[in-house]
Design a protein around this ligand. Structure first.
Ligand SMILES: Cc1ncc(COP(=O)(O)O)c(C=O)c1O
Length: 422
């Protein structure tokens, strides 16, 4: 099929994500999205199994989100947040405070997930400085974790995923340890923290699912263990709900399954239903209060140019309307059952190490890393967009995906992995 000229003429001018530009095949030219589908320039239509990196929770081009964005576009696409307030951001902050459990009431907006994690980390360090404790400048995070690609967020990712060795001397050293999954794990982390607690500003974790680090699940009890240990050793606890937030795991926020409150939570991805970039680091009142002072030095010294982007906030408010309407509460268990049934045959395939499902997340973990590009090409041949990484082939479809969509996605995985089975 001929490629569009906008792609061929400009391909070398665009630096693509995670891509060896010399050897990679051209990216697929997308020209339109709708519902759970991505239309390509040559007329092919792909059923999206990953909701554009887990953002498009209500499907693409949702009319309610588009209408809200169009109305905002006509009046004020954006205005700088330093010095100005606008209705969309203020309403959004109030709604997030009401939707999040406990006193997670104070939102600091940014434009990407990584930046919101950076802000949460900076908040944690300055929280201690404002309280007069100077030594707490490091973080404790977990193997298998992923929190972003900027230098500081890389430092709290899994050491391999975060390429700590590749960037050694540049990525700040942190404490990256195993998640405490049982009493022995809790006791050993307790002992570790006893040695290092004076230097730890916060413990940072993705609650229930470590996403980009391998789609690894842990039980709610692990979060209760972390809360206990954070309290015992005086560290703050940060939950990164950038992937898990807004229904993906079956509850509105993953933390609600453990009935545990972090001190700070980060949100992004499905926050706008995938229609615009936006993120937030939301703090509890005792964190906010540590910055509330007559001393200007105690202010949170951060302010991204596009923070609280008005168009993004309008999309997020519309997305929250859909969340509050609540169809996802039936859709997620329905999708979960479809993923469970559809992926079950993979358990019998050679080369499959594990099949697991939580909420609207379905995972087939392989024993060995496959040829990812070959797998993706086969999936595209099947008319589906599924993007494995590492040893993991997974589905995180839009929460509006129908039963037939889930059957098509899981059927493609079973067929393609069956062909590739050793
Ligand atoms: C849990 C988690 N934190 C942070 C990030 C980084 O977000 P962004 O890619 O928007 O910077 C991601 C992205 O996948 C994520 O899954």
């Amino acid at each position: 099929m001929p490629q569009p000229t906008w792609l061929t003429e400009n391909a070398r001018n665009v630096w693509r994500p995670y891509t060896q530009m010399k050897t990679a095949a051209p990216a697929l030219p997308a020209v339109r999205t709708e519902g759970a589908h991505i239309h390509l320039a040559d007329g092919r239509v792909l059923l999206d199994g990953v909701a554009s990196w887990w953002t498009a929770a209500h499907g693409y081009n949702h009319p309610h989100i588009l209408a809200a964005m169009r109305a905002q576009l006509d009046t004020m696409p954006h205005v700088m947040f330093g010095g100005f307030a606008h209705e969309q951001a203020y309403r959004l902050a109030g709604r997030l405070a009401r939707l999040l459990p406990g006193d997670l009431d104070h939102a600091f907006f940014a434009e990407s997930g990584s930046v919101s994690v950076e802000i949460a980390m900076k908040m944690a360090v300055q929280y201690w400085l404002n309280r007069g404790e100077r030594g707490r400048t490091r973080f404790l995070s977990f193997r298998g974790g992923y929190h972003g690609d900027t230098l500081t967020t890389m430092s709290v990712c899994d050491p391999d995923e975060g390429m700590h060795a590749h960037f050694s001397g540049v990525v700040p050293p942190q404490h990256v340890v195993d998640l405490p999954r049982d009493d022995a794990g809790e006791a050993s982390l307790d002992a570790y923290l006893a040695q290092h607690s004076g230097e730890i500003a916060a413990i940072l974790v993705e609650p229930l699912v470590q996403g980009a680090g391998g789609m690894i699940f842990h039980p709610p009890e692990t979060l209760r263990r972390l809360r206990r240990l954070a309290d015992k050793h005086g560290a703050l606890l940060i939950f990164d709900e950038i992937f898990t937030g807004f229904g993906r795991t079956g509850s509105l926020f993953a933390m609600q399954q453990a009935d545990v409150l972090p001190d700070i939570v980060t949100l992004s991805k499905a926050l706008t239903g995938g229609a615009a970039p936006l993120s937030a680091a939301v703090a509890r009142t005792h964190v906010f209060d540590a910055f509330w002072s007559d001393d200007p030095q105690h202010a949170l010294m951060h302010g991204p140019t596009y923070m609280a982007h008005a168009l993004g906030c309008a999309a997020a408010n519309a997305s929250l309307d859909l969340i509050e309407a609540g169809a996802w509460r039936e859709d997620v268990p329905r999708i979960s059952a479809g993923l469970e049934a559809g992926l079950a045959p993979c358990r019998a395939l050679g080369g499959v190490a594990d099949v697991r499902v939580m909420g609207a997340i379905g995972v087939v973990e392989l024993k060995q890393a496959p040829d990812i590009n070959a797998l993706i090409a086969r999936f595209v041949g099947e008319g589906v967009w599924i993007k494995p990484f590492g040893r993991v082939v997974y589905l995180t479809p839009a929460l509006i995906a129908g039963d037939d969509d889930i059957a098509r996605l899981t059927g493609a995985i079973v067929r393609v992995l069956n062909e590739a089975a050793p």
